[in-house]
Design a protein around this ligand. Structure first.
Ligand code: XLS
Ligand code: NI
Ligand code: NI
Length: 440
């Protein structure tokens, strides 16, 4: 059966196209540097936002009108699955991502839940055989059910730790079965609401233990996916332990896990942490920890995770600049962890949203590649730090000096010569590149 029968396969038609169901900038075959756009961008659809969620928010009921609404239980899960592969195919998207609970309903106990998962995963594997869309990552939803009220791996209740472990164990088996490129850990409930009743040290130690057991089990079953931590500072928990990339990186190093994980960086989580998207990408990149990206954007006027589809060209350009400098995303990708607004309730809005997001990042990639080829930022940065390529600067970076020698140098200085940071000129150049190279 067809769920989106009024929509054909989305094709690239170029920047002048007036067809709303066409890519204007995303041309999968176009070479950017030495890779095609498709290889570089590795777009993914987030199953939860696109197939599962109904548009409800803390103040209102669901609004989404979906062709699979008439089903329930396992029939609903099967209908969504069928619809999802039609959607992936029509959008020509290379990847998708899901939580366990997105694809199959929970049963009355873990055994039943796992049986439901087995049924759907079996069907999913069949769809994947005839499809070009692969699994970017899967994950366990260890946050929605009331059992996670006090956390999952960081719960005060050992039974919940065990339950969470069982869910991740199943997730790793599913990831292996479906050939997932990555496995994600987002700790929505891994943190605390108040220190007044919290043993922070035990909770963090347990989280460390949990990750080690996950690494061991993946090795045991021969699942070689890249493990990813997805930092977020808060929401739903008041304070989450993997607050941002820097905090997560320190945590991984503290528990000897740094060689087993990279980061899945989400734009809206970056801004919630008081950073820019590109800050988080840069921090991960320079520490060789950039794994994958949840491509979305927040609303600057709201203080929560609005998970909007990315449409900000400036941000996408600076993000893709980091990805290019990283040499690509490796096994990661750009997963649209984004939802259509509550008022955009028609099925076609799902297409408009993804087309817009894919075009946004295609522009970001093109402009960033041109900035990179022309060494626009590299030249500025090289020049700005040139004092470290000679004299006292070279001695500092090559470890050939000490406080005695530096004091001597400072005492003999007549005048320190500064150069302008030229920020306004840089911004003007970026605007010029955005306008000139977006459509090339
Ligand atoms: C929520 C997170 C979540 C993860 C996967 O804020 O972004 O959707 O990406 O659990
Ligand atoms: Ni996310
Ligand atoms: Ni999020």
């Amino acid at each position: 059966m067809s769920y989106f029968n009024n929509i054909d396969k989305i094709k690239f038609e170029g920047s002048k196209s007036t067809n709303p169901y066409a890519f204007k900038f995303y041309n999968p075959e176009q070479k950017i540097g030495n890779q095609t756009m498709e290889e570089y961008l590795r777009f993914g659809v987030a199953y939860w936002h696109t197939l599962t969620m109904d548009g409800s928010d803390p103040f209102g009921a669901g609004t989404m009108v979906r062709p699979w609404d008439k089903f329930s239980g396992m029939d609903l899960a099967k209908a969504r699955l069928e619809a999802s592969f039609e959607f992936f195919e029509k959008l020509n998207v290379p990847f998708f991502c899901f939580h366990d609970v997105d694809i199959a309903p929970e049963g009355s106990n873990l055994r039943e839940t796992n049986q439901n998962l087995d049924t759907i995963v079996g069907l999913m594997k069949d769809y994947m055989k005839d499809s070009n869309t692969k699994l970017l990552w899967n994950t366990a939803n260890n946050f929605t059910h009331p059992r996670f009220v006090h956390g999952a791996a960081s719960s005060n209740e050992a039974d919940v730790f065990a339950y969470s472990a069982a869910k991740v164990k199943k997730g790793l088996e599913i990831g292996k079965e479906l050939g997932a490129e990555n496995y994600v850990f987002w700790g929505g409930r891994e943190g605390y609401e108040t220190l007044l009743n919290t043993d922070m040290k035990l909770e963090m130690d347990n989280l460390g233990r949990f990750f080690h057991m996950a690494v061991d089990y993946a090795k045991e079953i021969g699942f070689d996916a890249q493990f990813l931590i997805e930092p977020k500072p808060k929401e739903p928990t008041t304070h989450q332990y993997d607050f941002d990339v820097a905090t997560g990186h320190a945590f991984l190093q503290n528990y000897g896990l740094q060689d087993h994980f990279k980061f899945n960086i989400e734009a809206n989580h970056a801004t919630l942490a008081g950073h820019t998207f590109e800050h988080e990408l840069r921090y991960a990149r320079v520490n060789n920890m950039l794994g994958s990206v949840d491509a979305n954007q927040g609303d600057p006027l709201l203080g929560w995770d609005t998970d909007e589809f990315p449409a900000d060209l400036y941000s996408a350009t600076l993000a893709m600049y980091e990805v290019i400098k990283n040499g690509g995303l490796g096994r990661g990708g750009l997963n649209f962890d984004a939802k259509v607004r509550r008022g955009s309730f028609e099925p076609e809005d799902l297409f408009h949203a993804h087309i817009s997001g894919m075009d946004t990042f295609a522009i970001g990639l093109k402009v960033a590649q041109k900035l990179y080829d022309d060494k626009v930022l590299e030249d500025i940065i090289d020049n700005r730090y040139k004092s470290f390529t000679e004299g006292v600067g070279l001695d500092i970076v090559s470890g050939k000096t000490d406080f005695h020698k530096l004091e001597n140098h400072a005492l003999n200085l007549q005048q320190i010569k500064h150069q302008s940071g030229r920020l306004e000129k840089i911004k003007a150049t970026i605007n010029q590149y955005l306008i000139t190279y977006a459509a090339e």
